[in-house]
Design a protein around this ligand. Sequence first.
Ligand SMILES: Cc1ncc(COP(=O)(O)O)c(C=O)c1O
Length: 437
Amino acid sequence: MKLCQTTEQIERPKSKQCYQELCEVIPGGVNSPVRAFKGLGISPLVVERGAGDQIYDVDGNAYIDYCGSWGPLIHGHAHPEIVAAAQKRLAMGSTFGITTAIEEQLAREVVNLVPSIDKIRFVSSGTEATMSAVRLARGYTKRNLVVKFAGHYHGHADFFLVQAGSGVLGLTPTSSSAGIPEGIIQHTACLPFNDIEACRAFLLHPDHRHQVAAVIIEPIAGNIGCVPATTEFLQMLRKVTGEIGALLIFDEVITGFRVGLGGAQEMYGVTPDLTCFGKVIGGGFPAAAFGGRQDIMDLLAPLGTVYQGGTLSGNPVAMEAGLKSLKMLQVPGVYQELMRKTNIITEPLRKLFAAKDINACVQQVGSMFTIFFGATQVRNMSDVSQLDTTKFTEFFLYLFNEGVYIPPSQYEVWFVSMAHEEDNLMRTRDLILDYFA
Ligand SMILES: Cc1ncc(COP(=O)(O)O)c(C=O)c1O
């Protein structure tokens, strides 16, 4: 493996100054913690603009971007068609707090593309989508207990911020943030991902089977790096939730319209009761959604008794950008092209790992992938806990110094967009191969 500079080489005086000033008025200088580059030992990026597959910091340095705003930018930065659609709508007024016709267009698009969705409601963030879907599931089933999986992230609603308790199947997990009352997390169970027998036993246990309102899962986990569920695991969850009268919620905030027009549920052939969307559905604007079976969705106010709302929900500018983004994804061959572009990096790397017996691996689904250091396969949190984050940090800095920006954590997913150019993909590939050579 290459011996790398473990310090920063790029000149970024303005970025550093700007970050210091941000820290004076914003906690940690960031509006979302992962932007702070914690543990990487360098000042965070302060970005000025993006175009296509590149971003530019306030010092004018360019970076090939594989973070893509954590997933929404499947068409790259500032795509001219999306910008034009948003601008046109913006000139008509940015928000009304009144229904607009464009909401119906995006809703119908999703209903047509994803067979499990009879009705959908738009919100402004993935957090709102998952939080609202769980409230709806609780209202529908008249039960409280929510089951999630270790390492899965569903946004920052209180009841999601739990980590598995000491007992693998502990019903009382501990909170992973201060400020969360015990009484709230006692209604969340955190189970081991991809462990069919343990999860089946928990769900069917007489103490739980009548308590579980919903099982929520990222069908392809993206917040521990790219870790797909096994098909058998999802099939088991579908079957058992049906048997015990609980709802199955797929959190497709990352995977929706990313791994295919029908999302992960189409890929696996497993139909959830409710689905959460975010990221791609907003075309780079703050829009997200949850949707599913009509009999469940019609329980939402004003029709039903489950309250949910939002001042900027269904924002027309975001709807327009989202609609354009989804239309562009329906051009034949888009997902094959995304896969082809991504494989430019991942295929040679896989071959190299095998040929040289390197203790690392690439896990990929379509245009999302992670390079894991210190493991040849990652299936669950116990594999994740073995990863070599020191190596990752070195690798991150190596690429950063070469003008390649990847998500600043080992536990995240790289996203390839339609805007990624051949030259830049090949340059990235060569840099990575060189690193491992
Ligand atoms: C799978 C998943 N669900 C929910 C969320 C929360 O979305 P947001 O950050 O828009 O609130 C995220 C965010 O990354 C996510 O990856």
